[in-house]
Write a protein that binds this ligand. Structure first.
Ligand SMILES: O=C(O)CCC(=O)C(=O)O
Length: 274
C-alpha cells in the first residue's frame, strides 16, 4: 500500500507541497485523458451547433468546460477540441472512472496522514493549458476560494496529477516553500482576460524563491490549501494537462448554507453516509 513516509510528511509540513512520483500508471493516465477528450468533443460540438457559452463555460451532462480566453474571444481558431479548453470540472459523480480514482486507496493514503482519516471530497478540476494559448494561473492560495474555516494549513490538500510531462516551458506548478504558514494573503478578485482569480498581496511574493516542480505523466504533487502557488502560460508546442482532486478535512468548519453536502470518504476509500 502506498503512503507517505515520515520524511515525506515532514517535507510536506515544512514546504506546504510534495511531489510523489509514479502514482498513476500510463494506462490510467491515458484513460483519464480519453475521458476528458470525450467531454471536450461533446462540448465543442455543442458550440458548433450554435450553443452560446455562459461566462465562457459550456455544460454537458453535469460536467463544465471552460474555454481558453483566446478561443472564447475568437483570437485563435482551433479544430481539435483538445486544444480549446482551459478547464474541465465536476466529473466526480458524473463519470465512473473519475469517481473511482477519487476514492482510490493510493490517493487517500497520501492525504489522510495530513488531513486525518475522514475527509470530504470537495471538487475535481482538470487544468489543460493547451500549447501556445494556455494562460497563466496567477499566484494564489486555495482555501480562501472555499467555504471552509479556518483559513489555516493542513485542512485542505490538492492532489495535482500530471497527465502530460509538466515542464518549466509548458507551465509546471510553482510554489513558495513555507508560505502555507504565512496566513491568509488573499486581497481581491482579478481577471486574466475572461477568467476570474482571487489575487494575493503581491508584496509578499518574491518569485526568485519559487520552486518549480517538474513532473512526469502519472506523478502527483500534493499541495496545502494555504501555500502560495502559480503556473506560467504555456508558450511551448506541448500540452500540459493536469487533473486535480481537492480534499478537505472533516476537522474544518463548513461556512456555506445548511449542511455540507460533500461525499465523506474514509481512509479505506469507502463512502460514508452523511
Ligand atoms: O494546474 C494549474 O496550472 C493550477 C492548479 C492550481 O492552481 C490548483 O490546483 O489550485
Amino acid at each position: 500500500m502506498m503512503s507517505l513516509s515520515s520524511e515525506q510528511k515532514a517535507q510536506y509540513e515544512r514546504d506546504g507541497f510534495l511531489a510523489v512520483r509514479g502514482v498513476l500508471t500510463q494506462e490510467e493516465v491515458d484513460s483519464i485523458k480519453r475521458t476528458l477528450a470525450e467531454y471536450l468533443h461533446a462540448g465543442l460540438a455543442m458550440l458548433r451547433s450554435g450553443h452560446v457559452p455562459e461566462d465562457g463555460t459550456v455544460s454537458h451532462n453535469g460536467v463544465f468546460i471552460q474555454l481558453e480566453p483566446a478561443v472564447l474571444s475568437g483570437k485563435v481558431q482551433v479544430e481539435d477540441p483538445a486544444m480549446a479548453a482551459r478547464k474541465v470540472w465536476n466529473l466526480f459523480g458524473n463519470d465512473a472512472l473519475i469517481t473511482r480514482i477519487a476514492q482510490d486507496e493510493r490517493i487517500l493514503s497520501l492525504i489522510t496522514p495530513i488531513l486525518g482519516d475522514e475527509v470530504w471530497f470537495f471538487a475535481d478540476k482538470s487544468l489543460l493549458k493547451p500549447p501556445y494559448i494556455g494562460v497563466e494561473k496567477p499566484w494564489h492560495q486555495d482555501i480562501p476560494y472555499f467555504p471552509f474555516e479556518p483559513k489555516e494549513p493542513y485542512l485542505h490538500v490538492a492532489v495535482w496529477m500530471a497527465l502530460d510531462d509538466a515542464t518549466a516551458e509548458n507551465g509546471c506548478m510553482q510554489y513558495i516553500p513555507g508560505s502555507h504558514r504565512w496566513g491568509n494573503l488573499t486581497t481581491a478578485t482579478t481577471w486574466t482576460e475572461s477568467v476570474a482569480h482571487l489575487a494575493v498581496d503581491e508584496s509578499r511574493i518574491d518569485p526568485s524563491r519559487a520552486v518549480m516542480v517538474e513532473a512526469k505523466a502519472g506523478d502527483v504533487v500534493l499541495h496545502d490549501g494555504m501555500v502560495l502557488h502559480y503556473s506560467a502560460p504555456n508558450r511551448s508546442p506541448h500540452p500540459r494537462w493536469a487533473f486535480v482532486l481537492d480534499f478537505i478535512s472533516t476537522r474544518a468548519r463548513y461556512t456555506g448554507e445548511g449542511e455540507p453536502n460533500y461525499p465523506r470518504l474514509s481512509r479505506t476509500g469507502r463512502l460514508q453516509t452523511g
